[in-house]
Ligand binder design. Structure first.
Ligand SMILES: C[S@@+](CC[C@H](N)C(=O)[O-])C[C@H]1O[C@@H](n2cnc3c(N)ncnc32)[C@H](O)[C@@H]1O
Length: 368
């Protein structure tokens, strides 16, 4: 049994962000109509008929949203009385409904060549979800042989999304593999903390650095504000960066013994600005309210003798209402001269979002 219409989208997100995503959709996609939700899963009806061109612009706009982990254009829902019947229903869907549902998009997108199968409320890939994706991929029009389920698709490839809202309710859709997160099933970046990793914060900064694609490498001068115990600094050090770690709390010994790391022990407000004269990149993770974080970064980026090229920091959403202020926070960072600013709730952010800001091209004040 299949049902559904091509002019729906479905979005997945962190369970606790479901109401935040609903608010964001009302603000950013007022033309869509909320249709149905489960924790971590929302569907919306699009106005008018779906076409390849409108889908392209939809994905473009949706790529700028903060709270979705994934956005898919719906091709339909598959349900069955028992979980064991689902692969058979999927096979029927691909033979029966799929060619017709895909037709309006066939001129714009290539045929799907990957299956992304995930459970929206628990999206970390498992051996079981990877095996399911491999089984379902047998039914793709353009099948790519194993070991594809374990390799992210290339930019521009089309993914067939299969969001298992429950063992007997799968939503099938498509999305082009664009942007960093679009390459992973459900937008979940499968990072594993290194054996010497000092904190979970390693994962969010490793993910943030990959997502921002900042050219931080050997010799890059960075400062990490709110650095203790040191996961974020480790992600920078592993790239060969030189790191000033600012925090009144202690750093992990493994970080302290790295010759490229210097601990500036204290609160950022107590330190002299000239210590950061060579710093080009600021990352930050202070457990303070967003306005305080922004005050700190504004002060540092506007100091006359500092030359900051990029920022990567968390904004803590201690109260969910703070999410409504994110557009204002983005405007504030732009007003400091950062012309590329983006915010996303990353796989490894909890009650917070990550902001990445860049001056591009970068023209140091003293060379103007
Ligand atoms: C979530 S922890 C940081 C985790 C760290 N980024 C990591 O990767 O392991 C927050 C840190 O912010 C620090 N902090 C809070 N206010 C600060 C300030 N004004 N200046 C510097 N550090 C601050 C706290 O001492 C605390 O260690």
């Amino acid at each position: 049994m299949t049902s559904g219409d091509a002019n729906f989208i479905f979005l997945t997100c962190k369970r606790e962000s479901t109401p935040l995503l609903k608010d964001e959709m009302a603000l950013r996609f007022p033309e869509t109509r909320f249709s149905y939700s489960r924790p971590s899963f929302l569907t919306y009806k699009l106005p008018g008929g779906a076409s390849g061109k409108s889908a392209e612009s939809l994905f473009d706009r949706a790529g700028k949203l903060i709270f979705p982990s994934s956005v898919s254009l719906s091709l339909g829902k598959i349900s069955a009385p028992a979980p064991d019947d689902m692969p058979q229903r999927f096979a029927e869907f691909m033979k029966g409904d799929f060619p017709e549902k895909f037709l309006p998009f066939a001129e714009t997108f290539p045929a799907p060549s990957r299956v992304h199968f995930w459970i929206p409320s628990d999206p970390a890939p498992t051996a079981e979800t990877a095996a399911q994706a491999a089984r379902l991929s047998e039914f793709l029009p353009e099948h790519i042989p194993a070991p594809f389920p374990f390799l992210p698709p290339r930019e521009g490839e089309l993914c067939l999304d299969c969001a298992a809202v429950s063992p007997t309710e799968w939503h099938v859709g498509i999305h082009p593999a664009a942007g960093y997160h679009g390459r992973f099933a459900g937008g979940y970046v499968p990072l594993v903390i290194p054996t010497d990793g000092t904190s979970r914060a390693w994962m969010k900064f490793e993910e943030g650095l990959r997502w921002s694609a900042f050219p931080i490498g050997r010799g890059s001068r960075c400062a990490d504000i709110g650095a203790s115990p040191g996961g974020g600094s480790q992600a920078l050090l592993a790239r060969g960066a030189e790191v000033l770690g600012v925090d009144p709390a202690e750093m992990a010994p493994v970080v302290l013994k790295n010759p490229d790391f210097t601990h500036l022990r204290g609160k950022i407000g107590q330190l002299k600005r000239k210590l950061f004269r060579k710093t080009r990149w600021l990352i930050g993770d202070m457990n303070v309210a967003p306005n305080y974080t922004l005050d700190v970064f504004e002060e540092l980026t506007s100091a006359p003798d500092l030359e900051i090229r990029g920022l990567l920091f968390t904004l803590k959403l201690f109260q969910t209402e703070l999410a409504k202020n994110i557009p204002e926070f983005i405007d504030r960072v732009r007003s400091w001269g950062f012309n590329q600013v983006k915010v996303r709730q990353l796989t490894f952010n909890r009650q917070e979002v990550m902001l990445a800001a860049l001056k591009h091209p970068f023209r140091p004040k003293h060379s103007r």
